[in-house]
Design a binder for this molecule. Sequence first.
Ligand code: ATP
Ligand code: MG
Length: 333
Amino acid sequence: MNKEIVVSGIRSTGHLHLGNYFGAIQNYLSMQEDYNCYFFVADYHALTTHPGPKELKSNVFRVLAENIASGLDPEKVTLYAQSDVPEIPELYLILNMLAYMGELEKVPTFKEKVRLQPENVNAGLLTYPVLMTADILIHKAVKVPVGKDQEQHLEMARNFAHRFNTRYGCDFFPEPQVFRASNDTVKILSLDGVGKMSKSENINSTIYLSDEDDVIRKKIMKAKTDQGPTEHNSEMPDYIQNLFVLMNQVSSAATVDTFKNAFNTCNIRYGDMKKQLAEDMVQFVQPIRDKARALQQDETYLRQVLKRGAEQSRESAAKTIEGARSLIGIKYY
Ligand code: ATP
Ligand code: MG
């Protein structure tokens, strides 16, 4: 049976958090049985911000360890580092000839970077969507699980695929579609009620998979709440809703029901709710954190995973590049 091909990248920019887990990794876990998954650590993409060599390497190993600790199984999915597949930059170069300055300069994430880091507007930032397209097309993926922020990049990937096909009169690259898993609308807000949990922002109001038990407790106890509702069945403010979203993920259905009823009848005591949530969250994060830590001590194993992932990924990538080269006419002997 031919499984559909899915590609997704995980940037090695910081520590993974509950938003990454419930918003992305949980979807990956549900896909790993039914799809042919290629998941990679996007280390070339991370170079746009010029990390030092030590930092880059430790980020790559940590992200890999945290993903495996979260349940991604290297036996079921192909897990690899982007930089281990030279066919990706080759395809990137080819696609760059079909990408135009005008369309790249118009991309909102690029304009945002220009605004935020005017001192480092490198060409890699400009062509980021082209590299992302190469990441996807190199395996001829048909589905890509991405968040809202990435939808426009995926549309560009479809355009570039279509442009290649038209230019060379073929039907070589499929046009990749956004993959929507059932729970991919889960968005975890920052616990202070401002913005979302993030690797690079809201650090004190984001729960990381590497946080110690007491740090988790402290962050949850500090989460934004209010005086509580004064009318039965009131609408929930989003910061309260967020606590229930988290509780839904980690507490028993009976516990969630108890606090929902308390909210609906104006009897809720947020202190009690946060205490319960904190304990259930500690239970949830603990095994992932401990496993990620142990994996990071075992570099030999992580290297093995990367090596095997690179081999599997290159096998698929080599076929694609060979086909593309021959369509373009770069096949001389
Ligand atoms: P950065 O701050 O470096 O942008 P990030 O925390 O936003 O990091 P990304 O690497 O941009 O994380 O995203 C990885 C995946 O996690 C994406 O699929 C994204 O949609 C998802 N994601 C990130 N933050 C959240 C969140 N708070 N809630 C739900 N999903 C999230
Ligand atoms: Mg982000």
